[in-house]
Design a protein around this ligand. Sequence first.
Ligand code: 6R9
Length: 650
Amino acid sequence: MSQTAKTYPPSAEMAASAHVDAAKYDAMYAASIADPDAFWKEQGARVDWMTPFTQVKDVDYTLGSVKINWYADGTLNASANCIDRHLEKRGDQTAIIFEPDNPEEDAQHITYKELHAKTCKMANILKDLGVTRGDRVVIYLPMIPEAAYAMLACARIGAIHSIVFAGFSPDALAARVNGSEAKVVITADHAPRGGRSTPLKTNADQALLHCDDSVKCLVVKRTGGQTTWVDGRDFDYNALVEGASADCAPEAMGAEDPLFILYTSGSTGQPKGVVHTTGGYMVYASMTHEITFDYKDGDVFWCTADVGWVTGHSYIVYGPLANGATTIMFEGVPTFPDASRFWQVCEKHKVNQFYTAPTAIRALMGKGDDFVKKADLSSLRVLGTVGEPINPEAWNWYNDVVGGGRCPIVDTWWQTETGGHLMTPLPGAHAMKPGSAMKPFFGIQPVVLEPTSAEQLEGNPVEGVLCIADSWPGQMRTIWGDHERFEKTYFSDYPGYYFTGDGCKRDEDGDYWITGRVDDVINVSGHRMGTAEVESALVAHAKVAEAAVVGYPHEIKGQGIYCYVTLMGGEEPTDELRLELRNWVRTEIGPIASPDLIQWAPGLPKTRSGKIMRRILRKIAENDHSTLGDTSTLADPSVVDDLIENRMNR
Ligand code: 6R9
């Protein structure tokens, strides 16, 4: 990512009106580092506690005894913080605007009072299905209001939700139901998206064949489309909701009781269940939502993510609702019915803060400015991006064409693991640089380390791996069922630090630029994908002997999926087989894991000990094979010539 000389300081008006200006940022940041306990004690008051906390931070990053606790002796309920506490002041205010996939279908405005009733009803239905405190519930729903009711209903009764993105396959769903030993799966008949429809219930049926017989399935009617029904296992939400009570007292949960599990890809093995707990997560989601987006009472906030990702958890549901905002849930895609949809929705609902991913910006940029210009975007005040580094061209287009040069862009860097933003410019405080995540959020101490010596790089400019020196309340606490893997993944390579898996540059002004993953995680359209997952899907195919998967630069998606495949002896490398493997991976994992390029590899470059040299495969996929580095340790250096000769990415 190139650094540009031009910076974009906040307007005088923005600096004067924002929650945080430059001087306040400096003072608050210094205070947050000097005395984290005092700082986070004060911020702890953002949420309503049933039992006030007396402890603030209790953290140890020592390998073998890693523990992360915040506000541990307090009790609270996340759903009460998102709903009940707003009822008196804003019971009739819209909490959620639901914008359906089809623009002809009416949007729904759900008030805080209605949200309360719907959440309580869903909570009572779950209780009747036998769900109690600490149980897991898997949510496999489209972007419909019931997804938010389901999350909040779980939180209300102390159940732990685990959302599985509706684009994931039955196999991926089954793995997550089994991994979390869920009691109930909540799904819908069909999921409309982009004018097409996914048979979600059919997927759930297939997944449940591989799950314990005791798992129940609660089915929401979205389209009324056909489904099959298993009596005794399947329950009709729309029928049950009629008779359900609209009262359900929120459970008093310990601050460190899990709020949710969210599976995400890592550099090795199968996806891991990231665990977030209640107190610290709520404080951090609420604070980052308010400060990063300069959210003010009465604003309409739109995050275009899906609730299946962490961005949807923190910035569609928990953060905005904790702050009493009006939050938009959009069921559709940016290009349906055409490329003006995002902007039409902004105009229709008078959106004040708009938060999306670089991949969407690049795709829309390619469709031309007219789609933007025909909408009235004067309500927009702050724009945001998340998920991957944004290239300066896309940043400039977002700034000029969408924001009309008036709206600061917050380039928020964070992860499923971090619960909320760790680095971002603040709208009223920082002179933005296109492509830079700029500054740490309060309490965040980024350090740049030399990758092999783990030595901390001081001064500016420097480049290395990005670690965080201390904890913050929104940090993940463990990997579900595998605390050892948690310690090993995040605290073993660079002892004493949380290792992010990202590389970064700190420029001469001390501003941060994320350079991308340094591990075997690739970022496809802002979605995390472990190369190991795609490899294991490929080798599960009868005709595949071996596979290696790497990322390569892709104009729209950021990174594309490049697969090197060695076939079983006697198998013909045909285009039909390519297509078959592509579809195979789509069914094994989901469409987001579709290979972009599949190269037939008679052999893979391996060391004499049999380790695949991915560095070489990455270079070939990037079409940058002039500097392959040292290949002398390869067992058979000649395979490299064949791979270069037959590369797909020319
Ligand atoms: C929130 C989310 C995390 C990974 C992260 C990094 C990349 C996210 C970014 C960014 C550059 C940004 N990433 N935001 N890279 N600039 N503003 O995306 O979580 O799905 O867990 O992905 O995404 O590589 O490590 P998650």
